[in-house]
Design a protein around this ligand. Structure first.
Ligand code: NSP
Length: 223
């Protein structure tokens, strides 16, 4: 999946970390159904907490936006997170007897704390592009994973999860975020963006967030 022209460059800069994230043992367990249910539910609880902060980070991006179009994208993504993605978590957890108030009061694991606060700090300390570079692995990584798993004749155990991220709505979201990032890069850094002094820092932000995704899967395997 390409999701625009900036994302593939940032992904290449992340090197092996990207493969470690998108082909993690947790992901392969989702594909072949061998992931223990306990691990999956533990991951979902932490991911619920993660997504709350992630939505806050997209709301923060709105304050760093320079155009109304950017503001619209950020508002729409914040809403998609709260109204669509979080619903997957609350529904599956409810089916397993985990209430929304239990989700809200769950204790954050260090991997959840590290990742969410890293992204928020990227936004507070930096600008719109710093935030986009820290947010992109989350959005596009799950898009890539979902599309690959959906096309691979997965076991039925985690079909809901796979269809959510591999399905049309989420893929459209990834493409829209890819376009948002491409246009934001052009607006702020011009056509020769990769020669800009801030480019290595943006690649570093993307790579760090990718490493934190690996840590999040590791945490999922350790309920
Ligand atoms: C940790 C993590 N990374 C990415 C996603 C996909 N939005 C997620 N739900 N959770």
């Amino acid at each position: 999946m390409t999701y625009g022209s900036t994302f593939p460059v940032w992904r290449a800069a992340a090197g092996d970390h990207w493969h470690a994230y998108t082909h993690h043992a947790f992901v392969e367990g989702l594909r072949d159904g061998t992931l223990p249910r306990e691990s999956f539910l533990h991951y979902l609880v932490q991911d619920y907490l993660y997504l709350v902060h992630f939505a806050r980070a997209w709301a923060l991006a709105m304050t760093k936006a320079e155009t109304l179009e950017e503001m619209r994208h950020c508002a729409a993504t914040t809403q998609a997170l709260i109204d669509d993605e979080l619903r997957l978590h609350t529904r599956i957890c409810a089916e397993a007897g985990i209430s929304e108030s239990t989700l809200q009061s769950a204790e954050e694991r260090p991997a959840t704390l590290a990742y969410t606060r890293y992204v928020l700090d990227a936004g507070h300390a930096g600008g719109f592009l710093d935030l986009m570079a820290a947010l992109a692995p989350c959005v596009m990584g799950y898009g890539e994973i979902g599309a690959r798993l959906l096309a691979s004749d997965p076991a039925p155990d985690y079909a809901d999860w796979i269809e959510t991220y591999g399905g049309g709505d989420y893929q459209v979201l990834c493409s829209r975020v890819g376009t948002l990032i491409d246009e934001a890069v052009r607006l702020r850094l011009g056509e020769g963006a990769e020669a800009s002094p801030s480019w290595p820092r943006l690649c570093q932000r993307f790579t760090t967030a990718t490493r934190l995704e690996v840590g999040f899967w590791d945490m999922g395997l350790d309920p």
